[in-house]
Design a protein around this ligand. Sequence first.
Ligand SMILES: [Zn+2]
Length: 110
Amino acid sequence: MEHLSTEALAHLVDEAPRPEEAEHLAACRTCASELDALRAQTRALASLPEIRPPLGDWEVLEARLRSEGLVEDPLRQRLAAVGRDIQPHLLQREHGILGDRLAVARGHAR
Ligand SMILES: [Zn+2]
Protein backbone atom coordinates (compact mmCIF):
# COMPACT_ATOMS: atom_id res chain seq x y z
CA MET A 1 0.00 0.00 0.00
CA GLU A 2 1.14 3.52 -0.75
CA HIS A 3 1.82 5.98 2.03
CA LEU A 4 -1.07 8.20 3.09
CA SER A 5 -1.31 11.43 1.09
CA THR A 6 -0.54 14.79 2.66
CA GLU A 7 -4.27 15.62 2.40
CA ALA A 8 -5.24 12.42 4.20
CA LEU A 9 -2.71 13.10 6.97
CA ALA A 10 -4.02 16.67 7.33
CA HIS A 11 -7.57 15.33 7.78
CA LEU A 12 -6.35 12.87 10.40
CA VAL A 13 -5.00 15.69 12.57
CA ASP A 14 -8.50 16.21 13.95
CA GLU A 15 -10.59 13.42 12.39
CA ALA A 16 -10.80 9.71 13.13
CA PRO A 17 -9.02 7.50 10.56
CA ARG A 18 -11.00 5.23 8.26
CA PRO A 19 -10.29 1.50 8.85
CA GLU A 20 -7.75 1.26 6.00
CA GLU A 21 -5.99 4.43 7.22
CA ALA A 22 -5.87 3.12 10.79
CA GLU A 23 -4.41 -0.15 9.48
CA HIS A 24 -1.74 1.71 7.50
CA LEU A 25 -0.84 3.96 10.43
CA ALA A 26 -0.44 0.91 12.69
CA ALA A 27 1.97 -0.68 10.22
CA CYS A 28 3.86 2.38 8.86
CA ARG A 29 6.24 4.32 11.09
CA THR A 30 6.79 6.97 8.38
CA CYS A 31 3.13 7.98 8.18
CA ALA A 32 2.55 7.60 11.94
CA SER A 33 5.46 9.92 12.78
CA GLU A 34 4.40 12.38 10.06
CA LEU A 35 0.92 12.48 11.60
CA ASP A 36 2.43 12.98 15.08
CA ALA A 37 4.50 15.88 13.72
CA LEU A 38 1.43 17.46 12.08
CA ARG A 39 -0.56 17.17 15.33
CA ALA A 40 2.30 18.73 17.33
CA GLN A 41 2.58 21.54 14.79
CA THR A 42 -1.17 22.18 14.95
CA ARG A 43 -1.07 22.35 18.77
CA ALA A 44 1.90 24.73 18.65
CA LEU A 45 0.13 27.03 16.17
CA ALA A 46 -3.08 26.96 18.22
CA SER A 47 -1.15 28.05 21.32
CA LEU A 48 0.24 31.18 19.64
CA PRO A 49 -1.38 34.45 20.68
CA GLU A 50 -3.68 36.05 18.14
CA ILE A 51 -1.91 38.79 16.21
CA ARG A 52 -3.86 41.97 15.50
CA PRO A 53 -2.77 45.14 13.75
CA PRO A 54 -2.19 48.06 16.11
CA LEU A 55 -5.32 50.15 16.60
CA GLY A 56 -5.42 53.82 15.73
CA ASP A 57 -2.48 53.82 13.35
CA TRP A 58 -4.45 53.73 10.10
CA GLU A 59 -3.70 57.33 9.15
CA VAL A 60 0.04 56.80 9.60
CA LEU A 61 -0.12 53.55 7.68
CA GLU A 62 -2.29 55.06 4.92
CA ALA A 63 0.11 57.97 4.43
CA ARG A 64 3.00 55.56 4.17
CA LEU A 65 1.17 53.31 1.70
CA ARG A 66 0.37 56.37 -0.43
CA SER A 67 3.97 57.58 -0.33
CA GLU A 68 5.07 54.14 -1.51
CA GLY A 69 2.45 54.18 -4.27
CA LEU A 70 0.67 51.12 -2.84
CA VAL A 71 -2.69 52.87 -2.48
CA GLU A 72 -4.17 55.69 -4.55
CA ASP A 73 -6.04 58.69 -3.30
CA PRO A 74 -9.65 58.09 -4.47
CA LEU A 75 -10.29 61.82 -5.09
CA ARG A 76 -7.11 62.07 -7.11
CA GLN A 77 -8.10 58.99 -9.12
CA ARG A 78 -11.57 60.40 -9.82
CA LEU A 79 -10.17 63.76 -10.89
CA ALA A 80 -7.60 62.08 -13.09
CA ALA A 81 -10.39 60.10 -14.76
CA VAL A 82 -12.42 63.29 -15.32
CA GLY A 83 -9.31 65.04 -16.57
CA ARG A 84 -9.02 62.65 -19.47
CA ASP A 85 -12.12 64.26 -21.00
CA ILE A 86 -11.92 67.84 -19.77
CA GLN A 87 -9.14 70.36 -20.27
CA PRO A 88 -7.69 71.32 -16.88
CA HIS A 89 -7.44 75.06 -17.71
CA LEU A 90 -11.21 75.19 -18.33
CA LEU A 91 -11.88 73.52 -14.99
CA GLN A 92 -9.47 75.86 -13.23
CA ARG A 93 -11.33 78.88 -14.60
CA GLU A 94 -14.74 77.46 -13.78
CA HIS A 95 -14.18 75.60 -10.55
CA GLY A 96 -11.16 77.17 -8.88
CA ILE A 97 -9.89 74.74 -6.31
CA LEU A 98 -11.20 71.70 -8.17
CA GLY A 99 -9.16 72.81 -11.14
CA ASP A 100 -6.08 73.20 -8.94
CA ARG A 101 -6.51 69.69 -7.62
CA LEU A 102 -7.04 68.37 -11.10
CA ALA A 103 -3.87 70.04 -12.28
CA VAL A 104 -1.96 68.50 -9.38
CA ALA A 105 -3.53 65.12 -10.07
CA ARG A 106 -2.44 65.29 -13.70
CA GLY A 107 1.01 66.49 -12.72
CA HIS A 108 0.58 70.09 -13.94
CA ALA A 109 1.36 72.31 -10.97
CA ARG A 110 0.21 75.86 -11.45
ZN1 LIG B 1 2.98 5.15 5.19
